[in-house]
Design a protein around this ligand. Structure first.
Ligand code: NAP
Length: 308
């Protein structure tokens, strides 16, 4: 597994991380055992960067991840996030941030969080105030590096002026290019990009299904990639990309992750899977180098993202 440097503050991670969101959203010992096995598969593959959030099960995801990684705690970086109310509205009020971060330390069972993110911009609290609270935890040795997610380039710039920001986490994949607006500010300030939803929530894998193949409450029902009319076009794109992937002896998921790695040296994708074989498949993409011809072919197939 290759390594990447994120930011200028000393954070080095595996080139591909592990997104643990889905590990928090099921019930029962069997579900948790599969989630734990998937996390350990990632570690065995050389993944050293694990992503969770308070939001993922309100502590359940953090407890599961912290427990799974406890035997190897010193070898990995754990990232978590604060910033939502129970009804999913933004809340980065200083008191709330302190409550959540203190609770996250306990849920993860760690004495420090490696990367602490504001999960979503809160228009009610100036970003300078939010980073001021995050900095308290850095000063106390309870947080190593700071990150922002679901924010704007302007907020990144303002935050970085209060305390160095090491990473910005955004939705970024072959299907979703909006995050490229961050490239100039990230390059100017030397900040890394963590690409969430790098497989377009499973669309960029061999496992995508039409909407009626997912549960009634699945969030894909509100995602324009799956909307009637768009789904068919996007499926055709995925099929063309699959043909290219197969000609190289790799999978669509691997091609999609390698494309992200090829975009910029400061990008680390964090695919999520609770299936050990798929985790291994995704992690192996760290070794895949796409040629200039491959990148041109990909651009011709999908020049600007999915149909929305
Ligand atoms: N900051 C934010 O606001 C934010 C928002 C969303 C996500 N995230 C982070 O980003 C991580 C990844 O995002 P995500 O889980 O939404 O999307 P993703 O990684 O693009 O896709 C995950 C989906 O793809 C499937 N999958 C993964 N690898 C596969 C493979 N090789 N073959 C077939 N199917 C595969 C998974 O199902 P199986 O488990 O069944 O394999 C799952 O349904 C999350 O875990 C979370 O840590 C952050």
């Amino acid at each position: 597994m290759h390594k990447r440097i994120l930011g200028q503050q000393g954070l080095t991670t595996s080139a591909i991380g592990y997104g643990a969101m889905d590990t928090a959203f099921g019930e029962g010992a069997e579900y948790d055992a599969a989630s734990t096995a998937a996390i350990r598969q990632a570690y065995d593959d050389g993944v050293t960067f694990f992503d969770t959030a308070e939001l993922y099960g309100w502590g359940k995801g953090e407890r599961l991840l912290g427990t799974a990684l406890a035997p190897v705690r010193d070898e990995v970086a754990i990232a978590t996030k604060f910033g939502f109310t129970p009804s999913f509205a933004p809340n980065s009020q200083p008191g709330h941030v302190r409550d959540v971060v203190d609770t996250s330390l306990g849920s993860l069972g760690v004495d420090h969080i490696d990367v602490l993110y504001q999960h979503i911009h809160d228009p009610a609290v100036p970003i300078e105030d939010v980073v001021g609270v995050m900095k308290e935890y850095v000063d106390a040795g309870k947080v190593k590096y700071l990150g922002l997610s679901n924010t704007t380039p302007e907020n990144v710039r303002r935050a970085h002026a209060v305390h160095p920001i090491s990473v910005v986490q955004t939705s970024y994949s072959l299907f979703d290019r909006a995050s490229e607006e961050f490239f100039p500010v990230l390059e100017e300030l030397g900040i890394g990009l963590v690409a969430y939803r790098p497989l377009a929530r499973g669309f960029l894998t061999g496992a995508v299904k039409p909407l009626d193949g997912y549960p009634a409450d699945d969030f894909r029902r509100h995602n324009p990639w799956w909307a009637p009319g768009n789904f068919e076009v996007n499926l055709e794109i995925a099929e063309e990309l699959t043909v290219l992937a197969e000609s190289k002896g790799v999978t669509l998921a691997q091609l999609s992750l390698a494309w992200l790695l090829a975009r910029k040296p400061y990008i680390v994708p964090i695919p999520g899977s609770r299936n050990g074989a798929r985790v291994a498949e995704n992690d192996a993409a760290s070794e895949l180098v796409l040629s200039a011809d491959d990148l041109t072919t990909i651009d011709l197939i999908i020049p600007g993202g999915a149909r929305t």
